[in-house]
Ligand binder design. Sequence first.
Ligand code: KIV
Ligand code: ZN
Length: 512
Amino acid sequence: MTNSKQDRVLIFDTTLRDGEQSPGATMSHNEKLEIATLLDEMGVDIIEAGFPIASEGDFKAVSEIAANAKNAQICGLSRAVYKDIDRCWEAVKHAANPRIHTFIGTSPQHRAIPNLTKDQMIERIHDTVSHARNLCPNIQWSPMDATRTEDDYLCRTVETAIKAGATTINIPDTVGYTAPAESADIIRMLLERVPGADEIIFATHCHNDLGMATANSLAAVAGGARQIECTINGLGERAGNTALEEVVMALRVRNDIMPYETRVDATKLMNISRRVATVSGFQVQYNKAIVGKNAFAHESGIHQDGMLKSADTFEIMRPEDIGLTETNLVMGKHSGRAALRSKLADLGFDLGDNQLKDVFVRFKELADRKKEVYDDDLIALVSDEGTNAMHDHLQVEKLRVVCGTDGPQSAELTLSIDGVDHQTKATGDGPVDAVFNAVKALFPHSAHLQLYQVSAVTEGTDAQATVSVRMEEAGKIVTGQSADTDTVVASAKAYVNALNKLLLRREKNAPE
Ligand code: KIV
Ligand code: ZN
């Protein structure tokens, strides 16, 4: 059976590994479990859950995700080193369907790093893949930077990995260097030249440095690849990875010219996109394909006129195809808990009783302050509930700021630190600076603020503001987020949210 003849394309999601590797995108243990559950329910075939040797936290997350998975295969990453592979197996073996993914850099640029000759590297590939195969029947092998590896040598490495027992060969475009025609040709060449290539699955793993990741992935499928590696929202280092939602919808909408199926339930795309944006702290750009805020918005007169006459004049997909419900006026201060639960379920949130109770209290507060509560307000509220949790070390209790034309601007802040309230007053160059100075005075830290960003959740001057901050401490980057109708309160909470994440990172890195 030649895999280029199959019409099923496997979706391999690496949001929790390659996506999370993106500086600042670190997710907590519970957030990783939540995203893995959503991926599993959505019909992703393989979830790369982490890099178990990287940290105790990664190991625990991969083990738990493996134990909980209902449908998806669970994969862990490992370098071409025995101890990595053993650790990876210890984590993924809890899955009904485990996979070990092992890799080594094969291009001239990457071969120089472990300082191996070509022959020594072939030997290493043989030994490590055989070792992995003795542990697990399902082995994926990747020649990192494959697209800059010499053709003959790439064929040799792939042949070695197949002979040693690899069942999937992944071809990474690690630095986002390839282009569609070449991406297809590499897979075709491997299928033609490598003995045993028709017995295994070829995967494509593209980075988006030149903005071609989705096109390169789809071209690789045309060349014979039957697994696409991707992340939600295209999250990933530098310019990111292939976006899952883009390849899934491209294969659906243009099934006439790309007749391949996936198992993904596309109506769950919008919800998982929002959750990944929230937990990673990486907002989706407004004009992002499929899941961007403007992806289904029609502003220009000609477009609106066409849309009113017939939606297919300017829409090639329907919003509901990706689980996007209309942004209506939904709830007011008289709406009850059952109505809130049902509305949140429509938006893709399945909250437990306790969480619903907390969200309901905050919804009532919001409805009191804001005349109209829209879907996006509710999404921001639930996301905020998840990111700013009761058990956090630091919590903003009270905040009062003085600002205006006559400075200095000042902030009076009560911050709870491990359950004990501390109070201070600070000034600054504007109210946000004053608040951040107050936090620093109560909780001294050396973290450096790299980014501060505000966006309005909906229209109107009473809209909630979502604030994102990115902070760096000793090379570790975290992002914090919060939403509130008061921009300064949202800023304080986002800053404190980032500090809480830094504290988690410190705990994670402390010797056990
Ligand atoms: O981009 C890359 O090469 C990778 C490998 C580890 C597969 O992520
Ligand atoms: Zn990658």
